[in-house]
Design a protein around this ligand. Sequence first.
Ligand SMILES: [Zn+2]
Length: 347
Amino acid sequence: MAIVVLKLPDVKRKTEVRPKKCKYCEGSTFQRWGQVNKPVKDVRVRNVKVYRYRCCGCKRTFRHYPEGNTSADQTKRLQLFAVVMWSLGLSHRASSLVLSGWKVLVSHMTIWRDVQEAAQQIKKHNQWKAVRILGLDGANILGWGDKQPVLVAVDLGTGEPLAIGYLNEYDPQAVRRWVAPLVQKHGITVIVTDDLSSYKIVAEKLQLGHQVCQFHVRRWVGKTLKELQETLPKEWLWVLEQIRQLLEVLPPDGSKTLYALWKQLPGRRSKRNQVRLALEQLRDLLLRLSQDWHTYCTFQSEPQVPWTNNATEQAIGRMKMRARTVRGYQSWPGMHAGLLLAASSIA
Ligand SMILES: [Zn+2]
């Protein structure tokens, strides 16, 4: 769920509608069994009328709440309102302060619980939803103590976070163990990542399509080409220009072209312990690009696959913005809930 709040829930002061089913025995006939005036925390309503009913089947009694109310002190509207304030950037304490402006006293701990509850709703909603294209990216989030490495999985169909893992993206085994159940549950067929080797291993082992974010590729290849421009013997500079053009156009058969270029270059001459010559660096670059080329072009044959991992980075950006107030969380589950909610967009 993105918490799509187009409208806060209604809160009714009373209801004459009888319960439909007994919550204990599923019976459907009831006697009214008294009423109470329940004080509630809300921005507009102060009290609601709650009827008690007695089940004619099992003889037990229970409260039947009017719309927008539960056994909690706060109405559903106020709970969601607190979560929205928190999601927009206020701390738990600041959210509590804003509510006190309406003479509603809600402790920051209660708001913390509301935020946790909202995150649970997102988790529940996410649990079995179909996701075809998954963005993955690691991030370092301010946590309890040092920065915590987390792995963020985003549904690239919607841009919403699917899951956040407490693991390091550089560890291929850990990434695989974490991603495999997601693939099974949601039916993921393609992952979009930067070009860390761990993601290549995971895509191969799990037989997933793979698109490597072209912003990342252009950045590091651009940097390498610039260095080689200075160090490479002049007669080989034309190769750099070829690589630039290939990356610009991303032709599907680019791998072959790169491989052919690689074969034209002289083999390795430096010894193992020596620094590589510029020409050898160029050779390594050609081979790597040739081998990875298919992961640059997946988006061309699968139109819904984006050619960058932008949406994942945006979700991480939202998490980092909120990490300031998530930092106080004492445990991974608490932090996880806060980050998940923070990364969800609000419309
Ligand atoms: Zn009953």
